[in-house]
Design a protein around this ligand. Structure first.
Ligand SMILES: Nc1nc2c(ncn2[C@@H]2O[C@H](COP(=O)(O)OP(=O)(O)OP(=O)(O)O)[C@@H](O)[C@H]2O)c(=O)[nH]1
Ligand SMILES: [Mg+2]
Length: 219
């Protein structure tokens, strides 16, 4: 019985996600869903990523958190339109659902955007289950989280189109086996590109930005 209820929730979400996808596609907007556990560096990466792609690519951000506008405040400094969603106002969801993205998008001038970034709620489980009508998904894994997260949370790594291995500036101070982590990612998703980056030093950003620009321009 309970399984049926969950299935129904996901069916409704899938319908809303398809409506979003159609709307974004008609407007020619590439939508990137950025997911990870809390603190792996989504906001820091997006702040740097926006500085690399502006003003060439007209961008906007929807950012989801349970509480606070901390991330929106940081990203607004890049001068792109930012919409903060606080899921704490409607039950504290640990993910962004498709209807939430549809509503948040109403606050943006979609005719003036080529690229919409969604920073999902920090969580390595639930966001992977909810299609939001995005064009592509990336997962951030930081080197302070341990090598085995891809095999412990396989859905997230199976569902994403690329992985960002962040905080590589910290590698000299850690006993982190980078090759093992990348091996685990490829065990779950053999063809997934993995970009080794630091949002602090900008190391590794060029290949990531090239990949991203190609995707946005293909839209
Ligand atoms: N050394 C180092 N620190 C980083 C790097 N990227 C992010 N940080 C730091 O890690 C902390 C968390 O970064 P955030 O960007 O807030 O992480 P987040 O994934 O957006 O977190 P939530 O939105 O809470 O899920 C901050 O103190 C950042 O300054 C990096 O590449 N290197
Ligand atoms: Mg954040």
């Amino acid at each position: 019985m309970e399984i049926k209820v969950v299935r129904k929730v996901l069916d409704v979400n899938d319908t809303m996600a398809e409506q979003n996808r159609k709307m974004f596609s008609e407007k020619g907007i590439f939508v990137l869903n950025v997911m990870s556990s809390p603190g792996s560096g989504k906001t820091a990466i997006l702040e740097k990523t926006l500085s690399f792609i502006m003003p060439d690519i007209k961008s906007a951000v929807i950012v989801g958190d349970i509480c606070t506008s901390n991330d929106a405040d940081i990203l607004a400094k890049t001068n792109v339109p930012v919409v903060q969603v606080n899921t704490g106002e409607f039950g504290g969801d640990c993910h962004l659902a498709a209807h939430v993205i549809g509503n948040a998008a109403n606050n943006l001038d979609l005719d003036d955007i080529d690229f919409l970034i969604v920073e999902n709620v920090g969580n390595l489980v639930c966001p992977a289950e909810f299609d939001i009508g995005e064009s592509a998904r990336v997962v951030v894994l930081s080197v302070t989280e341990g090598e085995d997260k891809p095999v412990k949370y396989p859905l997230m790594f199976r569902e994403c189109n690329a992985a960002l291995l962040n905080k590589v500036d910290l590698l000299p101070y850690l006993d982190y086996d980078k090759e093992m982590a990348i091996g685990y990612i490829h065990q779950i998703n053999p063809d997934m590109p993995v970009f080794e980056i630091s949002a602090k030093t900008e190391e590794g950003f060029d290949p990531w930005i090239d990949w991203l620009k190609k995707k946005v321009r293909q839209m």
